[in-house]
Write a protein that binds this ligand. Structure first.
Ligand code: GLA
Length: 402
């Protein structure tokens, strides 16, 4: 679906559901993680990009304190009061939406009106492309827009504050212990740029991907696994156990997160560490290093080197963090032999969902076709392949006066 038709779909759906025109619309992209897998909650470094697949939230203010939210993709509705917002609702999208309203009120004060909205979009759901952060950011900008009489215009400081607010919503309201990567990426995206973030200092940079900007090709293994289903949180605990080991020796001030452990420390302690945890830690620490090298490669305009780092990242996920899957590995195997391939890895939490590949733009169509055919031949599953570009972050605008 082209981006204009996503907007139209949302507006038309609003008219059908509520018999009126939407007055404010917000959109936020999905994201891919280019390097820095499971580093964010370890105080580490990430390199991501927003992609030109969007969630659109369109709606208007109403009198009273009730929110009515309609999801076009799920064909479901959720109604809740703004006076006491509770997760209650079993559907995932509903919980995320309520969580945004909860967090926006906690951070910026009570919303002064109720609202009715529709949510629509073309970010593949549950595939590792941050459809949930995309929903959060578009919903938050919609709500802030209502509060500011139309469109929310945020500078970077405001965006960072909102990213932290939305992360809090996901952690405390939805109950998923994610880091800042997703919310940061969908809010800070820039066309033709990657985004680097130091999750401890919150220093960030927008790094040009070069000209012509390479295609970001997302291959969906079509095996979806909910982020909240336990594997992710288990990995967090495994990382924390290694932190505890070093805290006992180095003190809690010196070692707060895996970020404070060096690869040398890890190597010296290797034989004393639990065999699972030490591999998890090696993945995280080598990922931090790959992000550093990846940023340098982009600054030097060396996309081939950047691509090699992505492929090394995938191998580290597969072997050390063990968050890949047969489907994801097979997609990477197919990609490696396809035209224009520069590098590829799983994107996001892992275990299922998508791979992200950097591909020479003029070969992206051939690449996509080759991966589709090869993967189907080897596994019997025809993957969805999305040829994307790095895109702008979330925005909102007034579309009609109510
Ligand atoms: C998910 C989480 C992110 C990050 C990645 C793994 O996408 O939401 O915070 O931890 O997994 O890098």
């Amino acid at each position: 679906m082209k981006s204009r038709s996503i907007d139209e779909t949302a507006r038309n759906a609003f008219m059908t559901a509520f018999g009126a025109r939407a007055s404010v619309e917000a959109r936020a992209p999905g994201r891919v993680e280019l390097l820095g897998n499971h580093t964010d909650y370890n105080g580490g470094l990430v390199l991501a990009a927003a992609i030109d697949r969007y969630t659109v939230v369109a709606g208007r203010a109403t009198s009273g304190r009730v929110a009515t939210v309609r999801s076009v993709q799920f064909n479901q509705e959720d109604v809740f009061t703004l006076d006491k917002i509770e997760p209650g609702e079993p559907s995932s999208w509903g919980r995320y939406m309520r969580g945004v309203a909860w967090a926006v009120q906690e951070r910026f004060g009570p919303l002064c009106t109720g609202f009715e909205v529709v949510i629509s979009g073309n970010v593949p759901l549950g595939a590792g492309l941050s459809s949930s952060a995309s929903l959060q950011a578009s919903a938050a900008l919609f709500l802030l827009g209502l509060g500011q009489g139309g469109a929310a215009d945020l500078d970077d400081a405001g965006r960072m504050d909102l990213a932290a607010t939305l992360r809090r919503s996901e952690n405390e309201f939805v109950g998923v212990n994610s880091g800042l990567l997703d919310q940061f990426s969908v809010l800070f995206g820039r066309a033709d740029h990657a985004l680097s973030l130091d999750c401890r200092t919150l220093e960030y940079e927008r790094l040009p991907l070069g000209r012509p900007s390479p295609a970001i090709v997302v291959c969906d293994s079509k095996t979806s696994r909910r982020l909240a289903d336990g594997m992710y949180n288990r990995r967090r605990v495994e990382c924390e156990r290694i932190v505890t080991y070093f805290q006992v020796r180095g003190g809690k001030d010196a070692v707060q997160q895996l970020r404070d452990v060096t690869l040398d420390d890890l190597e010296s302690a290797w034989n004393d560490l639990d065999p699972v945890g030490r591999k998890r830690a090696r993945h995280v620490l080598t990922e931090n290093e790959r992000v550093r090298q990846g940023a340098d490669a982009l600054k030097a305009g060396d996309l081939a080197a950047f691509g090699r780092l992505m492929s090394a990242s995938h191998a580290s996920s597969r072997d050390d963090f063990e968050n890949s899957s047969q489907g994801l590995d097979a997609l990477i195997d197919a990609a490696e032999a396809a035209p224009g391939f520069l590098g590829g890895k799983l994107s996001g939490a892992g275990w299922a969902g998508c791979t992200v590949n950097l591909v020479q733009t003029d070969r992206a169509d051939d690449f996509a076709e080759t991966v589709r055919v090869e993967h189907a031949r080897r596994t019997g599953v025809t993957p969805d392949v999305h040829i994307c570009q790095a895109a702008e972050g979330a925005s909102s605008r007034i579309i009609a006066n109510s």
